[in-house]
Ligand binder design. Sequence first.
Ligand code: NAP
Length: 254
Amino acid sequence: MENDLNGKIILVTGSSRGIGKSAALMLAKAGARIIVHYSRNSKAADEVLQQLGEQALFAVKADLGNAEEIRAMVESIIHQTGRIDVLVNNAAVHANMRPLENSFETWFDEWNRIVTANLSGTACLSFLVSKAMLKTGGGRIINISSRGAFRGEPEAWAYGASKGGLNSLGQSMAKALAPENIFVFTIAPGLVSTDMSEDNLTGPQGDEIRNQSPFGRVARPEEVGKIVVFFAGEAPEFMTGCIVDINGASYLRT
Ligand code: NAP
């Protein structure tokens, strides 16, 4: 596996923290050169660049809720590197929307914020990067979805819907782009120990959440990172369009 991804240029969105950071470090260990993306936390992004050492390219900033920032980011990357071999669509926002308590206005603002970033922003980025991949002979796109897309998210309707939409986007793109040598893979984790899940895991329902899995714990970021590395390199092209669960048997689909 070492040096599997030698020289590949990989953009990992949301790699300043959490799963994205873990995936970036593991991809780098396998030989890839990494572009670190963040939204606000430039200090954390710089720290990841340091940790990546020689495999670091540079950091880029863009709010996935802003299509123009996304376009400018892709143009800047292509200007600097000429190509993106693998795109890892990892960045996302989560919020409990308290749908039964909130006013329509509050609920709708949250809906727009989350769906715009998680689904529209990821779609814009995938569109722009796949156009660039067409010019360089192909590539791979890896989407980080969520168990919530299948299981339902009673407190986070927009998040669940955005991930359901992402699953569908990945399937559509897989069909459209396979003839162009671009392959699309989706990973659907259950809870993972990161900043995003911290409130839930440290709150009163923490034990109940951990015990949804027979392991009595949630996933570690590196466990998701391992699958990202597989899809970035070794995974057969014929897997394109797949959605792979990693949830410690907490929610099993048939
Ligand atoms: P996290 O720790 O909250 O980190 C989020 C990352 O996304 C950060 O790098 C952040 O950048 C970036 N980001 C946040 N809002 C953004 C925006 N509007 N535009 C651009 N970038 C933005 O998240 P995580 O837990 O690692 O989650 C990574 C992925 O796994 C997400 O797609 C999430 O939905 C999925 N997932 C997570 C869990 C879980 O339990 N953690 C479960 C299932 C699926 P800054 O550092 O600059 O803020």
